[in-house]
Design a protein around this ligand. Structure first.
Ligand code: DC
Length: 222
């Protein structure tokens, strides 16, 4: 049976943590599409290619061999997971992610992966564009203040200093760019289940999503 699970939502809503647990629980391949945009951003910044240089950005994207290993991303064989989560990447990635030509390249890659295996994919446009026909779609939200709190805890745990006001400001800016861009803006797909996790723990959200997946599997095993 084919299963694909789409999880969309704004920055720091808990998508990746939840998607990773769901992947383990249901033996799905986890594709963090935000990591792909981050990896391209990192390589462009390394090579001094601005987001205004669309052709340069696309050339870099095409030169990257991207694979996933659990919740890690490998780019040209190297583990990029920690590098791409650095604050300088977070503050620039939305500008690169707004380039339609780049989105087309990355969406193609994402669709190719999903055509070969059962996936849980998280991002901003999974339910609306990448996996439009996914039978299981979730839109995860939380208040900006709650998301900023969570992101500070996460960064501090990794030894990365984070000030609440700055993190909140960046989350608000990123939300604005992600939901107002011309191509594939962040919007809830009409058929997605919306889950506001402001007052829910990670495991509570996982349980809600799991119930939908189990119901789907049971319905297709009969
Ligand atoms: O989920 P994240 O914060 O790691 O995503 C990084 C950026 O990439 C964010 O600004 C939104 C963008 N993104 C996107 O536009 N489409 C996706 N499918 C995934 C992420």
């Amino acid at each position: 049976m084919n299963i694909s699970v789409a999880i969309d939502g704004p920055a720091a809503a808990g998508k990746s943590t939840i998607a990773n647990i769901i992947a383990h629980r249901f033996s799905l391949v986890y594709i963090n599409t935000g990591f792909m945009y981050r990896a391209v951003t990192l390589m462009c910044m390394k090579e001094d290619v601005s987001y205004t240089d669309v052709q340069g950005v696309c050339e870099i994207a095409k030169s990257l061999e991207i694979c996933f290993d659990g919740d890690r991303i490998l780019v040209n064989g190297k583990d990029f997971t920690d590098l791409i989560r650095q604050p300088n990447i977070s503050s620039n990635v939305s500008n690169y992610a707004a380039i339609s030509e780049l989105r087309k390249l990355l969406v193609d890659m994402q669709q190719k992966i999903a055509s070969k295996c059962n996936v849980v994919m998280d991002g901003r446009d999974i339910g609306t564009v990448v996996l439009k026909n996914a039978p299981l779609k979730f839109f995860l939200t939380a208040s900006a203040s709650e998301r900023a709190k969570r992101r500070c805890v996460e960064l501090n745990k990794k030894g990365i200093p984070a000030e609440y006001d700055k993190v909140l400001d960046e989350i608000i800016k990123r939300d604005y760019i992600d939901s107002h861009r011309a191509v594939s803006p962040l919007v809830k797909s009409e058929d997605a289940v919306e889950i506001d996790s402001s007052n829910l723990s990670i495991l509570e959200v996982v349980e809600i999503i799991s119930k939908y997946i189990i119901k789907y599997i049971e319905g297709h095993n009969q």
